[in-house]
Ligand binder design. Structure first.
Ligand SMILES: [Zn+2]
Length: 134
């Protein structure tokens, strides 16, 4: 089937509308979680996920990581989530525990090594056009 330019524009338009609505719903979900209304938070978060699936829009990391994989409540530190940072050697691990269902989300990072820092310094020098004073 031939998809015309108008159709593409329409898809983009619908996707953008869905994105805006998803962000609004996510905000509502986070506020509900803060107030301790877990069921409302779940309902809003479910709509956010459903909306993004329907229009095939990829949720940004900061949104996706804040929805519990198990029970779909929005993870708000201090209200519905406990956040801990552990570092071991060159790895940093962030564990987010959902206080509604107890599921533990683990996010792992690799600490930037020396070579990485050097590269970063070099890039800063190039961008600023002058050597970095240290
Ligand atoms: Zn949960």
């Amino acid at each position: 089937m031939n998809v015309g330019i108008n159709m593409l524009n329409k898809i983009k338009y619908v996707r953008d509308l869905a994105r805006q609505r998803a962000m609004l719903l996510f905000k509502l979900a986070a506020e509900a979680a803060e107030r301790g209304e877990v069921e409302w938070s779940r309902r809003y978060a479910w709509l956010v996920l459903r909306l993004s699936q329907a229009v095939r829009y990829r949720l940004p990391k900061n949104v996706k990581r804040r929805i519990c994989k198990m029970c779909r409540v929005v993870l708000v530190p201090g209200a519905t989530a406990r956040v801990r940072i552990r570092s071991r050697g060159r790895h940093v691990r962030i564990t987010v525990t959902c206080l509604a269902c107890g599921y533990i989300h683990r996010i792992e990072f690799k600490k930037p090594g020396r070579s990485c820092e050097k590269k970063l310094d070099k890039r800063i020098e190039e961008e600023e056009g002058r050597p970095k004073q240290s």
